[in-house]
Design a protein around this ligand. Structure first.
Ligand code: ASP
Length: 323
């Protein structure tokens, strides 16, 4: 009798595990990207300019989505997407970085993996062509999370990343906006969050910071928990806006914490952080995110935010203004 029961049990265990192998459970993939929040108004935008922004956002989105479709990791998707935006002069990251008060370009970036809470970031770098690559190298090839200025540059050289002369980051547009910004401040970072078929979430952010920044100012973008956060058990977030406020409210982590500890959904949590926490103390900007169930959310309290996504149903949208 015991032998019969044991055989039945063994049969059941084997057939169950075979079934599991036959039908691997795949998480629906999703990706969302931003190109900064700010005074983005239809009335200030020519058709040609609008087309340029939309097509660059679409190109970046498509590159990341393809990585996910081919079974690649969310980390690769985030990095590929951000590199395209960093190489474009349109956005305040990489090539299009804004100027500091001293007419330099000092770049910040961070990246995080939701499966193991590993993260990497660089701050105040002036020669690294793609700071998001450097952030990933810090995560994967060093025992640290955040490297700054000359030390980060030395590390990038050791990692054989592309470096450029600081003049590479000069753009007429940003030089002019520095002149203007000595009165008025501007922002416009890039970021991406992706979820791959294995359920891994990654998030990354890259920026030139705030126009006219002084004294080695570092914003939220390279700060894990403020500008970037990813945790497979909650969500991934990338922020943009007046960084000091995102640091003070630990914005990206706060969204994750509302999901983990207070039963919020992503949309409600982002709404709370952007409008009730950041807005309430005078900050402005926005954030994008994906939760562990592949739901996308985008929230901002500025007139517009460059943003694009492909959701879990494969629906794509590219948006600039408040809709
Ligand atoms: N958050 C960035 C910073 O404060 C700027 C931006 O998002 O445009 O450096």
């Amino acid at each position: 009798m015991l032998r019969i029961i044991t055989s039945i049990l063994v049969f059941l265990i084997i057939s169950c595990s075979e079934k599991n192998q036959e039908v691997p459970i795949k998480q629906p993939i999703a990706i969302v990207v931003h190109g900064g929040a700010g005074t983005i108004l239809k009335k200030n935008m020519s058709d040609e300019k609008e087309k340029k922004y939309k097509s660059k956002l679409e190109e970046a989105l498509r590159a990341g989505y393809q990585v996910l479709q081919n079974g690649g990791t969310s980390l690769d998707a985030v990095e590929q997407t951000i590199i395209i935006l960093e190489d474009s002069p349109l956005f305040n990251a990489g090539k299009g970085a804004v100027f500091t008060h001293d007419e330099r370009n000092e770049l910040d970036a961070s990246i995080m993996e939701g499966s193991n809470l590993k993260a990497g970031a660089v701050a105040g770098v002036t020669h690294i062509k793609n700071p998001i690559r450097a952030a990933r190298a810090v995560m994967e090839k060093s025992e640290h999370v955040l490297l700054a200025r000359e030390g980060a540059e030395q590390f990038a050289l050791l990692q054989k990343l592309d470096t450029v002369s600081p003049t590479y980051f000069f753009t007429e547009k940003r030089a002019k906006s520095l002149k203007r910004a000595k009165k008025e401040e501007k922002f416009g970072t890039v970021g991406c969050v992706a979820l791959d078929q294995n359920g891994n979430i990654a998030a990354g952010t890259s920026t030139g910071g705030m126009t006219n920044k002084k004294w080695g100012r570092i914003g939220d973008s390279p700060i894990i928990g403020a500008g970037t956060y990813a945790n497979n058990s909650t969500c991934g977030i990338s922020s943009t806006g007046s960084g000091e406020y995102f640091i003070r409210t630990v914005a990206a982590y706060q969204v994750s914490s509302l999901l983990e500890n207070h039963n919020y959904d992503l949309k409600k949590a982002m709404y709370k952080v952007i409008h009730e926490k950041i807005g309430a103390i005078g900050g402005d900007g926005g954030m994008i995110g994906i939760d562990k169930n592949s739901n996308i959310s985008m929230e901002f309290n500025t007139p517009g935010m460059y943003r694009a996504y492909v959701n879990k149903y494969g629906e794509k949208e590219i948006l600039l203004y408040e809709e």
